[in-house]
Design a protein around this ligand. Structure first.
Ligand code: MLT
Length: 236
C-alpha cells in the first residue's frame, strides 16, 4: 500500500506491478498507446535533463506540477500527442518512478506498469505467467492513497480465481474495490491527490481520465533499463 512497506515484502524473483493511478503509470500507459518507443524512469530532474542530449524527450513532475524547462510534465493528455510516436522519453515523477526504482533495487524479477486503464492487459499477462506477484502502490510520499489501493483491488479481484493470497493488504484492497467499483471516479475525486489537483487549478480532467477501467490495451514492462510495451498486435 506504500513504497515505505517494500522492505517488509519479498520482491526477489517475483513479478511486481507498479501502480500510480494519479498519474505516472496512467501516463505511461497512454504514452505507449500513442506509440512511444521506450521510457526511461530516472530518479531526479537533473538526471532526466541529461538525456536531452541523447535524443530523448524529457518529462518531469514534482508535487503534481510540471517542472520548468522540460518537454512534458505528468498529465496523460501530454502523452497523447501524435508526434510522440516512435520517441524515447526520460521520465521522473514524485512517487511513481520512485516506486519503480525501489522495486528494481529490491530484486523484482519483472516490473509491470499497471493502472486502472490497463487492468485487463495486466491481469491476462499475470495469469499466463504462473509466477508469484506483488502489487506495489506508489502512494503519495510514502502515505497510503485511495486510488492506487483501488487499482490494486481491481487487479487482485480479477486474479482471485487464479491465484491464492495470504496478504491482508490485498484482501483490504479487494474489499475496497468491491465497495466502490460502480463509481470509481466519484470516490477518486474525494482522494487527497484529486483535491491537490483542484487546489492547483490544473489538470482536473486527469482525475476523470485516470479513473476509467480498461480504456487502453497496453502492457508496459521493464526490459533492462527501459519500459517498453510488450502488448503487440492485440485488438483492444
Ligand atoms: C507521482 O508519480 O508522484 C504522480 O504521478 C504525481 C502526479 O500526479 O503527477
Amino acid at each position: 500500500m506504500s513504497p515505505a512497506l517494500i522492505p517488509n515484502y519479498e520482491l526477489a524473483g517475483k513479478q511486481v506491478v507498479i501502480i500510480d493511478v494519479l498519474r505516472a503509470t496512467s501516463s505511461i500507459c497512454v504514452a505507449f498507446e500513442t506509440g512511444v518507443d521506450k521510457i526511461l524512469p530516472v530518479s531526479t530532474p537533473e538526471e532526466c535533463m541529461l538525456f536531452k542530449d541523447f535524443d530523448f524527450l524529457c518529462a518531469a513532475e514534482r508535487n503534481a506540477i510540471k517542472l520548468t524547462g522540460f518537454d512534458m510534465g505528468n498529465s496523460p493528455f501530454e502523452f497523447k500527442h501524435p508526434l510522440l510516436k516512435g520517441k524515447s522519453i526520460a521520465f521522473t515523477t514524485t512517487n511513481g518512478t520512485k516506486a519503480i526504482k525501489m522495486s528494481r533495487s529490491a530484486g523484482a524479477e519483472q516490473i509491470i506498469i499497471g493502472s486502472l486503464l490497463n487492468v485487463d492487459a495486466v491481469v491476462s499477462y499475470l495469469i499466463s505467467q504462473h509466477n508469484d506477484i506483488v502489487l506495489v502502490c506508489s502512494g503519495w510520499k510514502d502515505k497510503v492513497n485511495l486510488e492506487d489501493t483501488l487499482c490494486a483491488g481491481a487487479i487482485a479481484s480479477a486474479l482471485n480465481d487464479h491465484v491464492e493470497t495470504n496478504c491482508d493488504a490485498t484482501l483490504m484492497a479487494m474489499h475496497l474495490f468491491k465497495g466502490m467499483e460502480t463509481n470509481l471516479e466519484f470516490y477518486i475525486r474525494q482522494s487527497s491527490h484529486a483535491l491537490r489537483f483542484k487546489a492547483l487549478h490544473q489538470a482536473e480532467d486527469d482525475v476523470a481520465f485516470c479513473s476509467k477501467l480498461n480504456t487502453v490495451n497496453v502492457l508496459p514492462v521493464m526490459q533492462g533499463e527501459y519500459i517498453r510495451n510488450i502488448q503487440l498486435n492485440k485488438p483492444a
